[in-house]
Design a protein around this ligand. Structure first.
Ligand code: AMP
Length: 586
C-alpha cells in the first residue's frame, strides 16, 4: 500500500467525528491493507497499518523505540522543506499552529509532489511512490541506529522520508514519528474495526488482543485463520501484557458487591511483570522484567533476576511490585525505588545504596497454561505453588494465610466478609510501612489494561476527624489487660456527643501504648465498660458519616479507623458537631 493511500484514508478518519463511522473507516482501511500483495514480507502491510493508525511503529509489547526527540524531527522537516527553513521556524510555526502534523502539512516537500503532478497522480509503478512498508523499514533502521553519529543518521533517514512526502503524507509521518496520531483511533476502535473487517466477534478479538498485545498480529490472524486462529492465541513469555489496574473504592462498596473480598497489602513500589523460562542442559534460564508501561527494566533490577533464578522452576509470567527495603527488610518510600527503576548506568553502585525486592500478587501463566480466565483465588494458589509454597490454602481466616506467610516473594491474600477484619489487615499494612490495602473480587478474571471494579485501592481518607475519647472497653483473652473499643465524641457547645466506636485497626503494640495513655483518665468502671474523662484526642478516618439514632450526636461514623493520637490537641480543639453535620451534608 502506498503511504499516500494510508495518509488519504487517515485524513478521512481524522475528519469524522462519529465513533461508528470512524470504526467503519478504519475497518475499510484494514480491509484494503489486508488485500495488499506483500509476497511474504513480514510484518505484513496489514500489521503495519493497524499500528500506524494508532500512531505506533512497533507492537505494544516491543520495547523498541525510535529514540528520536521532537527537535530532531523538526530538523528533518526543516531540511526537507527547503534551504530557507530552519528547525527554529518549525518550532515557531508549531507554537502558532499547535500540532506538528499541521506544521508538516504546511510545507511543500518537492519530490513526490512534483512527480505525482507529472505522472498525473502517482501510479503503482512509479518507483518514487513511498509505500507503507518503506516508511516502516526506514523507521526500523532509524530505531536501530546506535553509537556515535547515530542522531545525525536518524535525522538523515527521516529527512529522506519527508523529502519524498506530499504535504498530507508529511502530516501523518510527523505524527507517527512523534507518537501523536490523534485521528480518534483508540484501541477499542481498532478492535471493532478488526472484528468488522474480518467478520469475527469483538469479544474474541478483545481476548486475542489481551493475550498478544499486538494489534497487527491479531488483525493478520483474524484475516488468515478467523475465529479458530484468534482463540488459539496465547500469552508468550517475553512479550509483556498490559497490567490490570485498580480504581479507588471503599470497603462498603466492595462488601456490598461481592460476597467476600480478597484483601491484600498495597505495596508502595513500582509495578513489574516478570517473564521467566528455566534453563535446561543446553540453555541458561532467561528472566525478563517489564515495567507497567511494558518497558524492559531487567538490567536495572538484578535482585529480581536473582530471585527468579533462586526460586522459579517452571516457565511463568508473574505480576507484582518491586519495593525498596532497608537492612531489616522494612519497606522504604516509593522515591527510593525510583532511584533503581529504569536505571541504565552504574546499577551495581545504585544497588549498594538502595536494595529492592519483588513481591508478587498474580500469576498470568505457568508451565504452558494461561491463567487470565481463571478466578483470582485459583491464580493466587498457582502463584503460591510456583513460588515454592503449598498448592492450596484456606484464606478465610487469619491463620489460613500462614500457608502464604512463609513463601518468599508472595503477597498475602485474605478472603473475608468481615469489615473489622479488613480494618485490622489495613492497620497491619500501615504498621508494617505499606500504603494500605487493595480489595479484589476473588471471583474476577485478570483483565489486562482494565481499570475495572474488580481491583480497588482503598481511597485515602479525604477528611479526618479529631475526636475526644470518652469511653473504652477492657479486652478479652490475650487483650484482657488492654483497653480497646474506644468511644469517640465531638464537641457540641460545652458538651460532648458520641459519634461511634473505633475498635479495629489497632495493633497490640499500639493498644498497650493507648492503654497506658488512657488508664490515668478512667473515671468509672462497670465490668468491661469504662468511662473516660475527656482528655485524649484521636485522629480517625472513616468511609462515610450517616445519621443514626445509636449515638447521642445523631450521627455515626461508618468504618471508623484509628489513625493517631493528637497529643497537640485538647478536647476543646476537637472537631465540632457542626463540622460533622457539614461533612455529612457534602
Ligand atoms: P495506583 O498506582 O495508586 O493506581 O494503585 C495501583 C497500583 O498499586 C498497582 O498498579 C500496583 O503497582 C500497586 N500495588 C501495590 N500492591 C498491590 C497489590 N497487592 N495488588 C495490586 N496492585 C498493587
Amino acid at each position: 500500500m502506498e503511504f499516500a493511500t494510508f495518509a488519504d484514508r487517515a485524513g478521512t478518519i481524522d475528519a469524522e467525528a462519529a465513533d461508528l463511522e470512524i470504526v467503519a473507516r478504519v475497518r475499510d482501511l484494514l480491509a484494503a491493507a489486508g488485500d495488499d500483495a506483500c509476497e511474504g514480507a513480514k510484518p505484513e502491510t496489514l500489521e503495519l497499518v493497524a499500528r500506524f493508525a494508532q500512531g505506533r511503529v512497533f507492537p505494544a509489547w516491543d520495547s523498541t523505540t525510535l529514540d528520536i526527540g521532537p527537535s530532531a524531527c523538526y530538523e528533518a522537516i526543516a531540511r526537507a522543506a527547503g534551504t530557507n527553513v530552519s528547525a527554529d521556524d518549525i518550532e515557531d510555526r508549531l507554537a502558532d499552529v499547535g500540532e506538528i502534523g499541521d506544521v508538516a502539512a504546511s510545507y511543500d516537500f518537492g519530490g513526490q509532489q512534483g512527480l505525482s503532478a507529472f505522472t498525473g497522480g502517482g501510479t503503482d509503478d512509479s518507483s518514487d511512490d513511498l509505500t507503507v512498508r518503506e516508511v516502516y523499514e526506514t523507521l526500523v533502521d532509524l530505531a536501530h541506529a546506535e553509537g556515535s553519529g547515530s542522531q545525525d543518521r536518524k535525522v538523515d533517514l527521516l529527512f529522506g522520508l519527508f523529502n519524498r512526502c506530499s504535504s498530507e503524507e508529511a502530516r501523518y509521518l510527523a505524527r507517527i514519528v512523534l507518537s501523536e496520531m490523534r485521528i480518534g483511533v483508540g484501541e477499542g476502535t481498532v478492535r471493532d474495526a478488526i472484528a468488522g473487517a474480518f467478520d469475527v466477534p469483538e469479544d474474541r478479538v478483545e481476548r486475542a488482543l489481551q493475550v498478544s498485545n499486538d494489534y497487527g498480529r491479531v488483525a493478520r490472524i483474524a484475516r488468515d485463520e478467523g475465529l479458530e486462529g484468534l482463540d488459539a492465541m496465547e500469552l508468550e513469555i517475553g512479550r509483556p501484557v498490559q497490567a490490570m489496574l485498580a480504581q479507588a473504592g471503599t470497603v462498603t462498596d466492595a462488601l456490598e458487591e461481592w460476597d467476600e473480598a480478597g484483601v491484600e497489602w498495597k505495596y508502595d513500589g513500582a509495578r513489574i511483570q516478570l517473564h521467566y523460562v528455566p534453563g535446561d542442559a543446553e540453555t541458561t534460564a532467561e528472566t525478563r522484567v517489564f515495567s507497567r508501561n511494558m518497558e524492559e527494566v531487567t538490567d536495572a533490577l538484578p535482585e529480581v533476576v536473582e530471585f527468579a533464578d533462586d526460586t522459579l522452576e517452571e516457565p511463568v509470567i508473574l505480576d507484582g511490585e518491586v519495593v525498596a527495603i532497608d537492612e531489616d527488610g522494612a519497606p522504604l518510600p516509593f522515591q527510593e525505588v525510583l532511584k533503581r527503576f529504569r536505571r541504565k548506568h552504574d546499577v551495581a553502585k545504585a544497588r549498594e545504596d538502595v536494595t529492592v525486592r519483588p513481591v508478587f500478587f498474580d500469576c498470568l501463566h505457568a508451565d504452558g497454561e494461561d491463567l487470565l480466565a481463571e478466578p483470582l483465588t485459583t491464580r493466587h494458589d498457582r502463584l503460591r505453588s510456583v513460588l515454592g509454597g503449598a498448592d492450596a490454602a484456606d484464606h478465610t481466616d487469619g491463620d489460613g494465610t500462614t500457608a502464604d506467610a512463609d513463601v518468599e516473594g508472595l503477597s498475602l491474600l485474605w478472603l473475608t466478609d468481615d469489615p473489622d477484619e479488613i480494618e485490622s489487615i489495613d492497620a497491619d499494612a500501615l504498621e508494617a510501612g505499606h500504603e494500605g490495602i487493595m480489595l479484589k473480587n476473588p471471583a474476577s478474571t485478570y483483565s489486562p489494561g482494565r481499570r475495572g471494579k474488580h481491583w480497588r485501592k482503598r481511597k485515602p481518607d479525604v477528611e479526618t476527624l479529631d475526636c475526644v475519647v470518652t469511653g473504652a472497653e477492657w479486652g478479652e483473652g490475650r487483650r484482657a489487660t488492654f483497653l480497646g473499643t474506644f468511644e469517640l465524641a465531638v464537641r457540641a457547645g460545652d458538651d460532648l456527643e458520641t459519634v461511634g466506636k473505633v475498635a479495629t485497626g489497632i495493633t497490640d503494640e499500639k493498644l498497650a501504648e493507648l492503654t497506658e495513655l488512657l488508664e490515668p483518665h478512667i473515671a468509672t468502671e462497670d465490668g468491661q465498660d469504662v468511662d473516660i474523662e475527656p482528655a485524649i484526642v484521636f485522629e480517625v478516618g472513616y468511609e462515610e458519616i450517616q445519621t443514626s439514632p445509636t449515638y447521642s450526636s445523631g450521627y455515626a461514623l461508618r468504618f471508623p479507623r484509628f489513625l493517631s493520637v493528637r497529643p497537640d490537641k485538647d478536647p476543646a480543639d476537637a472537631d465540632s458537631l457542626e463540622r460533622l453535620a457539614r461533612l455529612h451534608g457534602q
